[in-house]
Design a protein around this ligand. Structure first.
Ligand code: NAD
Ligand code: TYD
Length: 340
C-alpha cells in the first residue's frame, strides 16, 4: 500500500485522514477523489495543497469511467472510501442521493478494486447500521437494524463490500465508526451546529427531550482506528471504532455552552426527528485486539472541537453565510420550536 485514493477526502473525516496519512507515512501518496458536494470543501485541505505527495481530482464515485481513469493515472493500489451522503436529516428530505452515492457509488469503487486487482479496498461505515441499541453494546456480529434512509444506504454499501470479498476475493476491510467530532465538520452536524450557534448567541435546537445518547469520538482517534485496520486488520472483517462510552445530547449541549461561557437558556427544544434513534453504543473490543486505543473521552473530544470552532471562525462563517446553508437551515428548523 503506497498509492492511496481517498474518496470523499475533501469532507470532514476524509480530510483529517489525508493529513494524518501524509504526516505519518512519508512514502505514501494520496489522491483525493471528491465530487465537492455542499459538504466537500477544499479549505479543509489547504495545509496539504503544496505537498508533492498529494493530488486532487474532482469526480463522482458513481462515474465508473472517471474512477477507472483515476486509478490508472495515479497507479492506485488502495482505495479508502469516505465518500457518502452523510446527514440523517437530509436523508429524510432527499433519500435518492443517499442510495446513489452510498450504495451504487460503493459498488462502482468495488468494481474498480476488482478489475485493477487493488491491494486493499477499505470502507468507512457507521454504527448507525445497528439501529438504536437501548441496552448493551453492538458487536460486529449483530444483525443490522437500519431505521433511516442514511443508515439503510450505508448498510447496503457494507453488504456489497462483504459480497465482493466473498464472491470475488476483493481484499476488503470495513470500519464502523461512532459519531465523530473535530476540525472541519460541516455545521449541519450537531456539535459544530450548536457550537457555532452558541458563538453567535443563537438558539441550540435540541430534538425532543435531548435524552438520546451518542458516542462522540475525536476524529483523529477514528483515523488511528482506520490506520490500525488498514495495516493489521483481517481481510473480510468489520471493526467497530468509538470511545465505547456515550453521552446524552442535553449534556453535550451543556458542555458546549459551559466551555464557551454561554447561558444554558440558549437551548431551544424543537420537535423530534422522525424515527430518531435513541441510543447508539459500540463494543470496540475487537479493534483493541489490534493494539488500538481511543485517546479521548466524549467530553474531551467535544471540548477540543468547541475550541477549534472558536479559533477558526474564518472556516465556518463562509459556510454559514452561504445561500445553500441558509436555505437548508430554514427548511430544517423553521417553525419547529416547542413551547415549554
Ligand atoms: P462529509 O459529509 O463531511 O463528507 C463527505 C464527502 O464525500 C464530501 O467531501 C463530499 O463532497 C464527498 N462526496 C459525496 N458524494 C460523493 C460522490 N458521489 N462522489 C465523490 N465524492 C462524494 O462526511 P464525513 O462526516 O466526513 O463522513 C465520511 C464517511 O464517514 C462517510 O462514509 C460517513 O458515512 C462515515 N461516518 C461518518 C461519521 C460522522 O460522525 N461524521 C461517523 C461514522 C461514519
Ligand atoms: P447528528 O450530528 O445529526 O448525528 P446522527 O444523527 O447521525 O447521530 O445528530 C447527533 C444527535 O444530535 C442526534 O441524536 C440528533 C441530535 N440533534 C439535535 O438534537 N439537534 C440538531 O439540530 C441536530 C442536527 C441533531
Amino acid at each position: 500500500m503506497r498509492n492511496f485514493m481517498i474518496t470523499g477526502g475533501a469532507g470532514f473525516i476524509g480530510s483529517n485522514f489525508v493529513r494524518y496519512l501524509l504526516d505519518k507515512y512519508p512514502d505514501y501518496h494520496v489522491l483525493v477523489y471528491d465530487k465537492l458536494t455542499y459538504a466537500g470543501n477544499l479549505d479543509n485541505l489547504l495545509d496539504v495543497h503544496d505537498e508533492p505527495r498529494y493530488a486532487f481530482m474532482r469526480g463522482d464515485i458513481c462515474d465508473a469511467a472517471a474512477v477507472d481513469q483515476a486509478v490508472r493515472d495515479y497507479q492506485i493500489d488502495t482505495i479508502v472510501n469516505f465518500a457518502a451522503a452523510t446527514h440523517v436529516d437530509r436523508s429524510l428530505m432527499e433519500p435518492d442521493e443517499f442510495l446513489k452515492t452510498d450504495v451504487t457509488g460503493t459498488y462502482v469503487l468495488l468494481e474498480a478494486a476488482r478489475s485493477h486487482g487493488l491491494e486493499r479496498y477499505h470502507q468507512i461505515g457507521t454504527d448507525e447500521v445497528y439501529g438504536q441499541v437501548l441496552e448493551g453494546r453492538s458487536t460486529e456480529e449483530d444483525r443490522l437494524h437500519t431505521r433511516s434512509p442514511y443508515s439503510a444506504s450505508k448498510a447496503g454499501g457494507d453488504l456489497m463490500c462483504i459480497a465482493y470479498y466473498t464472491s470475488f476475493g476483493v481484499p476488503v476491510t470495513i470500519t464502523r465508526g461512532s459519531n465523530n467530532v473535530g476540525p472541519y465538520q460541516y455545521p449541519e452536524k450537531v456539535v459544530p451546529l450548536f457550537t457555532t450557534n452558541a458563538l453567535d448567541d443563537k438558539p441550540l435546537p435540541i430534538y425532543g427531550d435531548g435524552k438520546q445518547m451518542r458516542d462522540y469520538q475525536y476524529v483523529l482517534d477514528h483515523c488511528e482506528g482506520i490506520d490500525a485496520v488498514l495495516h493489521h486488520g483481517q481481510l473480510g472483517e468489520i471493526y467497530n471504532v468509538g470511545t465505547g462510552s456515550e453521552m446524552h445530547n442535553i449534556d453535550m449541549a451543556h458542555l458546549i455552552l459551559d466551555t464557551l461561557g454561554k447561558p444554558r437558556s440558549l437551548i431551544q427544544p424543537i420537535t423530534d426527528r422522525p424515527g430518531h434513534d435513541r441510543r447508539y453504543a459500540l463494543d470496540v473490543s475487537k479493534l483493541k485486539t489490534l493494539g488500538w486505543q481511543s485517546r479521548h473521552t466524549c467530553a474531551e473530544a467535544i471540548e477540543l472541537t468547541v475550541r477549534w470552532y472558536a479559533q477558526n471562525q474564518w472556516w465556518w462563517r463562509k459556510i454559514k453565510s452561504g445561500e445553500h446553508y441558509q436555505a437548508y437551515y430554514q427548511q430544517q428548523y423553521a417553525g419547529r420550536e416547542v413551547k415549554s
